[in-house]
Write a protein that binds this ligand. Structure first.
Ligand SMILES: Nc1ncnc2c1ncn2[C@@H]1O[C@H](COP(=O)(O)OP(=O)(O)OP(=O)(O)O)[C@@H](O)[C@H]1O
Length: 534
């Protein structure tokens, strides 16, 4: 049998003020009907005073002058058919740092406990409805995680045993001191507050610390994880953008496995990798005899992805003719196989990816705007590796461990000089390039650590990226605005891998203006290519 705790040692700290407040509280709510439902804090201002059945012990409850008023220690539901008592406990326990909600009916209490945000219940034993015992039994049956403290003016051994028997966490006999009740509640709520905090932290970790097998902790990747967590469960089409090697396919797979159709197939195709007729047959399928080699009919990938995800990589390279057909298929959710007349329904989530500037391609008439809007319901932009700060080293170390484990070499890490080169390099090939670089370095390394000698020349030669001048402290530090602008434009170009369209967007300029500035600052060479840092 569980230990029965009756009002314990804390001495009553009864101040005159608290008694005045207690009696004014009870008189205010006396004027309200007992069936009024939630009693809200701060409504106790009525002047009429009439004694209630709980006057005797309520007056013994005192507001401790020492009550800590800290952040919420938990949310408590108080159930008492005397509204004055509810209000008194709301205010009194509030000063101990609890958020308290009072209800005067057991039925309302049973509804309220269905919501997850409660940490404990305090209930009176004798009430007009089902009574505290039955309420306690019902709460324990529905929410076994929720501790129930029973208060009663009839504090005999038998009533205490009965309360514990129906699952009460604790039993306090009236008159009870507020301090004692607060201590009992702190004990009761500690576990559930802790559990909820763990759940909250776990949720925020899921949102910020990673998604599937994607590694990275930089703010730019955390933003990506937050977005991915929000969209994974929906079936909306997603367009993944970002430079080559930034992890678009990895993200597509993670969206699939964390989405609503993880059991279904994940079907990927690179739209840039094959000639138009072949791509058409792959995507839409073909009937027997549709072309010379078509000895049998074959279902297309859109249909093969049924119940799962179709990942169309390099969508920006899809020929215009196929774009029309794809648009129709995505709109109608049916495909017509090559050489066939019948429409075959399909049901797959469409994820597309590109490292090209689709809006620029639309302007050039090489990508259909209507298809763009169809596939770009949600856009996820993957940042280039050079914009992910220390993620470079985190990824490098993860790749190193994986490769060393696979090849059985003794390499365990990267020395500081090599690490600083990895951080300074601009990684135009992004994570894929880093992966290759580490694989090579592990193969070449002599000792336990990768050194600069194990890095490719282009990386070993890298000097730390140019820094813009800090805010000057005196006149001498002021530089001409044009110099600043030139440096800033170059830095933007460096961060987006030389893409003028993306740099213009970042700088809030239209492309023509950026072009003019590049010319003015002589940042265009003879081949009309943007110069990088010299
Ligand atoms: N954040 C990451 N964490 C771990 N591995 C990553 C990450 N990003 C990319 N990779 C790895 O880098 C390689 C390249 O990634 P992926 O093929 O997904 O890039 P991509 O953007 O689709 O490239 P492309 O545009 O050239 O098709 C893969 O081996 C992938 O597993």
């Amino acid at each position: 049998m569980r230990e029965t705790r009756v009002s314990t040692s804390t001495p009553a700290i009864t101040s005159e003020a608290s008694l005045v407040r207690a009696s004014s509280l009870k008189s205010s709510s006396r004027a309200r009907s007992a069936s009024e439902g939630p009693v809200t804090q701060g409504s106790a201002r009525a002047k009429n005073r009439r004694p209630s059945r709980s006057t005797v012990w309520r007056d013994a409850l005192s507001l401790s002058a020492m009550a800590p008023n800290t952040a919420s220690k938990g949310t408590i539901l108080v159930v008492d058919d005397d509204p004055a008592m509810c209000e008194f406990l709301e205010q009194g326990l509030g000063t101990f740092g609890f958020s308290v909600e009072g209800l005067t009916s057991e039925a309302q209490a049973l509804e309220r406990i269905e919501r997850a945000d409660l940490d404990a219940v305090v209930t009176d034993l004798r009430m007009r409805g089902m009574g505290g015992h039955e309420l306690c039994r019902a709460i324990v049956a529905r929410r076994p995680d929720l501790p129930v403290l029973v208060l009663t003016a009839f504090g005999t051994y038998e009533t205490a045993v009965d309360a514990i028997r129906v699952g009460a966490y604790d039993f306090l006999s009236k008159p009870v001191q507020l301090d004692t009740l607060a201590i009992a509640l702190t004990r009761a709520t500690d576990r559930s507050v802790l559990r909820r905090e763990v759940q909250r932290l776990r949720r925020s970790l899921d949102e910020t610390q990673g998604f599937g097998e994607i590694l990275g902790e930089s703010p730019s990747m955390r933003r990506v994880y937050r977005l991915l967590s929000r969209i994974a469960g929906s079936d909306s089409s997603v367009l993944l953008t970002g430079e080559s090697g930034t992890g678009k396919e990895l993200v597509a797979r993670a969206l699939h496995t964390n989405g609503s159709r993880p059991e279904g197939p994940f079907v990927a195709i690179n739209c840039a990798a094959m000639p138009e007729p072949l791509l058409e047959a792959e995507l839409f399928g073909h009937e027997k005899g549709a072309f010379t080699d078509a000895k049998t009919g074959r279902a297309g990938l859109l249909v093969l992805a049924n119940g799962g995800t179709l990942f169309l990589d390099e969508i920006g390279d899809m020929p215009m003719g196929l774009q029309v057909k794809l648009l129709r298929a995505v709109q109608e959710r049916t495909v017509r196989p090559v050489g066939g007349r019948r429409e075959v329904p399909f049901d797959a989530r469409i994820i597309t990816a590109t490292n090209r500037d689709l809006e620029g391609l639309i302007e050039l008439g090489r990508f259909r705007e209507d298809l763009y809007f169809r596939v770009n319901v949600i856009q996820v932009e993957l940042p280039p590796l050079r914009a992910r700060g220390q993620d470079v080293l985190l990824l490098a170390q993860a790749f190193l461990q994986k490769i060393a484990g696979r090849t059985g070499t003794e390499v365990t890490g990267i020395d500081p000089e090599a690490a600083s080169k990895l951080l300074a390099y601009a990684w135009p090939g992004n994570v894929r390039e880093l992966q290759n670089c580490i694989e090579r370095a592990v193969a070449l390394a002599h000792g336990e650590l990768v050194t600069v000698q194990d890095l490719p020349d282009r990386i070993a030669r890298t000097r730390p990226a140019h820094q813009l001048p800090a805010m000057p402290d005196d006149e001498a530090g002021i530089v001409p605005l044009e110099e600043l602008e030139r440096g800033y434009i170059l830095r933007a170009l460096e961060l987006v891998g030389g893409s003028r369209a993306r740099a213009a967007k970042l700088l809030g300029l239209d492309r023509t203006t950026l072009w003019r500035k590049l010319e003015r600052y002589r940042l265009i060479d003879e081949k009309n290519e943007t110069k990088t840092w010299s």
